[in-house]
Design a binder for this molecule. Structure first.
Ligand code: TYD
Length: 210
C-alpha cells in the first residue's frame, strides 16, 4: 500500500456502470476530506490521451496487431503513471482510475498476447505502483446488453459480440480469484446506491481510511 494517497482502480466490461460508481465515489471520498483525483485509461494525461486516440481509433481499414495494441496501452500508462498517478499519490491524493493494468491483462490476452508477455511488460511499466484496491464490476453480458446498446459509443471494442463480453467477464473474475487481497467483485446489476455502498464497504474494510 502507498504511504500517503490511495490508488483505487475500477475494472469491468463495457456498460457495467463504472462511470456512475466513480462519480459516487468521488463525492463520498471528497466528503470525507480526501483530495480525490479521477482519471481513466487509456488516457489521463495529454500524451496518454493522444495514444488512446491512436489505439482505439486507428485510421480506417487499419488495425494494430495485438502486441502493438498492448504496447500502446502500456505506452499511455507509462506517461499516466509518471505525470499524473505517482505525483498525485505522493502528495496524498486518492486516485480513482477507470481501468488500469487489469484491462490490459484481460483484453489483450483475449486478443492473443500471452499472459507471460503481458505480465512482463506490466512489471516494467507499473513497477511498484500497484493499485491498493481494485473494484471489479461484474454482471452477465446479456443482462448488460440493454444498457450497452443505449450508449452512443462506436469504438472497435463495442461492436464485438456477446461471446467476447463473456470472455472479458471470465478474465476479470480470474484476476479477482488470483489476487483476492487486492480485488473485490461487485454486483453491477445493483442500483447505483447499492453498488456505491458495496464499494465504500470494500474501501473501509481494505484501506482503513482515516
Ligand atoms: P472506453 O470507451 O473507455 O470503454 P469503457 O467505457 O468500457 O471503459 O474504451 C476503452 C476500451 O479500451 C475498452 O473497450 C477496453 C479497452 N482497453 C484495452 O483493451 N486495454 C487496456 O489496457 C485498457 C485500459 C482498455
Amino acid at each position: 500500500m502507498t504511504d500517503l494517497g490511495r490508488f483505487i482502480t475500477l475494472e469491468g466490461g463495457e456498460g457495467t456502470g463504472k462511470s456512475t460508481l466513480i462519480a459516487g465515489l468521488e463525492g463520498a471520498l471528497s466528503a470525507r476530506g480526501h483530495d480525490v483525483v479521477v482519471t481513466r485509461e487509456p488516457g489521463g494525461t495529454k500524451l496518454a490521451e493522444a495514444v488512446r486516440n491512436l489505439a482505439l481509433h486507428p485510421p480506417e481499414d487499419q488495425a494494430w496487431s495485438p502486441l502493438a495494441h498492448a504496447l500502446l496501452m502500456n505506452t499511455s500508462r507509462d506517461d499516466h503513471l509518471r505525470n499524473l498517478i505517482r505525483p498525485a499519490l505522493a502528495r496524498g491524493s486518492w486516485v480513482i482510475c477507470d481501468r488500469f493494468a487489469d484491462s490490459t491483462r484481460a483484453y489483450q490476452s483475449i486478443d492473443g498476447v500471452t499472459p507471460e508477455d503481458l505480465l512482463a511488460i506490466e512489471a516494467i511499466v507499473v513497477g511498484d505502483t500497484r493499485p491498493d484496491l481494485t473494484l471489479i464490476l461484474d454482471a452477465a453480458p446479456n443482462a448488460l446488453a440493454e444498457r450497452r446498446h443505449q450508449r452512443n459509443v462506436s469504438d472497435v471494442f463495442e461492436r464485438k459480440a456477446t461471446e467476447f463480453h463473456e470472455r472479458v467477464r471470465s478474465a476479470f473474475l480470474e484476476i479477482a480469484e488470483s489476487e483476492p487481497e487486492r480485488c473485490v467483485v461487485l454486483d453491477a446489476l445493483g442500483s447505483p446506491d447499492q453498488v456505491l455502498t458495496a464499494a465504500l464497504n470494500a474501501i473501509d474494510t481494505r484501506l482503513d481510511p482515516s
